[in-house]
Ligand binder design. Sequence first.
Ligand code: UDX
Length: 439
Amino acid sequence: MNITIIGTGYVGLVTGTCFSEMGNEVYCVDVIEEKIESLKQGIIPIYEPGLEELIKHNYNNGNLHFTTDLFEGLSDSQLCFIAVGTPMGEDGSADLRYVRQVAKQIGQTITQDIIVVDKSTVPVGTADEVETIINKELDKRNKNYKVTVVSNPEFLKEGTAVNDFMHPERVIVGTDDDSAAEIMKELYDPFTKNHERMIIMDVRSAEMTKYASNSMLANRISFMNEMANICDKIGANIDNVRRGMGSDSRIGHSFLYPGCGYGGSCFPKDVTALIKTAQDNGLNPVLLKSVEEVNHNQKYYLINKIINIFGEDLSGLTFALWGLAFKPETDDMREASSIIIVENLLKMGAKVNVYDPKAMDVAKEFYFKDLDVNYFSDKYSVLEDADALILVTEWKEFRNPNFNKIKSLLKNNIIFDGRNQYKNSYMKKLDFEYHAVGK
Ligand code: UDX
């Protein structure tokens, strides 16, 4: 198939690349010239395991193209995916500025019938709006090409995006048009071989499925964070409670890990946007608001533990951070708990040393641009003469470190573990003062 992908962010780039890997001819279009130029040279703007190799392979064999020219990108296209950003607007709702802009450009550019697919996470009703915008532009041009707008929300996770896309648990397609549904089936068939994994429904339900899924997952995390806070007070261990709970098949083990809060580009933004949608429709989404509030408080969990031990004046003290990214296997720091932790440590007068395997460039360039933070190139050098270690992101290299080395480098044997990576008993045996979440 001939496919156009508009937007070469996380979702667009992974989607386009994976479609090209299955033999489709894919044009990825973006307005940022430098990004397109870099992609052509095999320089990938994000760190995502496996993506670089796939992009290079398909670019070199001619299946994958990069362009800033929408006309070129759309010239033979049957399917056009909209995968531009939908950032959080000032009032908490999703900002649809880029989606609308792209819809308008599609209407101004196409020269044939087309299926437009909303891949970006967009509020319920956006597909209808996109269709209206495109048709309005076609009217102006006196063209009556058939435009069908389909919702196909993306569920990939950063860090495992390529694998998630290649082996989806389900593909949600929202459309009332049978021929569009058939084409979507054909397109996704290679990814779901021998399994019926496509769920076809009406457009609005498909749009809502994405918000409901992300909110459910965020809900589980906030629920577990609340349980951990209770465990803290009553002397129970959340690790044991989690294992006990998860083995009930109705509950299951995944997304039950408490910690110092969830971050990323999706959960915070999508929960807020769904709250706004509910409120705009006269509802009071009490549960969603609590999910958000619990998460906000949880980002201060480690800071509060530090205050309990060291007091509010941290001048003369140095803290070493392991991890800045919002989760492992990504350099993404959007809404990362590390931001709140670092800002507050500095505010209270502490010196802050940091190490992250992938996210330090982003930290330097954006998040900590104006902050006095010291960067180190490995997990041990960052510890030298620090008063305590704070683990914020559970990268694999932090799972089984050399604790004797840690002891010899730190001034005090204190670890604050925001991701519950170590066992209490082991830490005790090694003579560490160990503060984790809910145990
Ligand atoms: C999420 C959804 O999982 C994905 O389906 C959707 O398409 C986009 O949003 P992502 O943001 O990449 O994906 O990361 P995810 O692995 O879901 O983690 C999100 C955050 O939750 C991270 O900060 C992570 O540390 C935190 N988390 C996750 C927990 O605190 N506990 C858990 O048990 C799981």
